[in-house]
Design a protein around this ligand. Structure first.
Ligand code: Q46
Ligand code: ZN
Length: 306
């Protein structure tokens, strides 16, 4: 198998793109694909500061690596969730620290237990009606948004890849969750006070391509998945899409990118984000539909159930 660009031995064959590349050409091709997504979707400019949410996993550390290689001004944000099982949180924090030290990159850590008095497993155990991943998602979204707004970053970037987005789209389409479909976008504008712009620069890259990138760049990431991921429904949908991809290479990409294109061209049903009144949380000031405290602030109050 030969590299289509330079003719030397290829290390990866991407059937979905009908493209085989050698190591050097692949390591150039990935940042080019990210750069195109950033420019085409107007995610951010080289003159702007970007906050990257890093978990210690392959996608977010690779995203950081790519943006640094492309010359963007980035800083990392690591949220320590306090997951003790298999030392997950401390190992992933170490991976972020090593990456930052090796690249002389700036980052900050928010430790949930230190900052709010309880780790994610603890607060989720106390709020029995909520799943741990639901609680974790709520906390991470709040902390990321707050850090991006307070630090005055132009955007908050996350490492969601094409497989992640296709799985969420599949799940939302299966349930005709039109509100979620309307909000599923690679760029969410900062259209309210207290809301940061959110961007997903890896949406044109498959999970397999990101794993190959991390490996070939020698990025040391946390291999173990979070111990709580087993029950996550997106894994099930990812498995279904993998079967589809096996049968028809490029199916995932077509499914997700065609959705984005159809929406851009106004060819979708008139999905609408319901125009609910939003106020400010009395405690943290972030936008909320709740009358007094937002869901994040209510989470830490003893005695309340949700
Ligand atoms: S970190 Fe948190 Fe994930 Fe672990 S507890 Fe669930 S949501 S699985 S991305
Ligand atoms: Zn609040």
């Amino acid at each position: 198998m030969k590299c289509r660009k330079c003719g030397t031995t290829a290390v990866i064959n991407m059937r979905q793109h009908r493209l085989s590349l050698c190591q050097d050409c692949f390591l150039e091709w990935v940042p080019q694909r990210v750069q195109r997504a950033i420019e085409k979707l107007g995610m951010f400019e080289p003159s702007e500061r970007v906050l990257i949410a890093v978990s210690g996993g392959k996608d977010s550390l690779s995203l950081w690596d790519i943006l640094l290689r492309l010359g963007y001004q980035t800083e990392g944000l690591y949220i320590n969730l306090g997951i003790l099982d298999r030392d997950y949180s401390s190992i992933s924090q170490q991976k972020v620290e090593h990456f930052a030290a090796a690249h002389a990159a700036q980052f900050r850590v928010v430790n949930v237990a230190t900052e709010y008095g309880m780790s994610i497993p603890e607060v989720s155990r106390r709020k029995r009606g909520r799943s741990i991943c639901g609680t974790c998602g709520l906390v991470k979204r709040h902390i990321m948004n707050q850090a991006a707004c307070e630090g005055d970053y132009a955007a908050l970037a996350t490492g969601h890849n094409l497989d992640d987005e296709a799985a969420v789209l599949f799940q939302n389409a299966l349930h005709w969750a039109t509100g979620y479909l309307a909000r599923q976008a690679p760029v969410l504008p900062a259209n309210r006070r207290g809301l940061a712009r959110k961007v997903k620069p890896l949406i044109r890259l498959y999970e397999r391509e990101m794993a190959a990138y991390a490996f070939l760049r020698g990025i040391d990431y946390v291999y173990e998945e979070c111990p709580y991921v087993k029950g996550a429904t997106t894994l099930f949908y990812k498995g279904l899409l993998d079967q589809l991809e096996e049968f028809s290479p490029g199916a995932k990409q077509m499914f997700y990118l065609s959705f984005l294109q159809a929406r851009r061209e106004g060819r979708l049903l008139p999905f609408s984000v319901s125009d609910v009144e939003m106020g400010e949380c009395e405690r943290c000031g972030q936008p909320t539909t709740a009358p007094e405290l937002c869901a994040f602030c209510r989470l830490w109050d003893v005695g309340t159930k949700d």
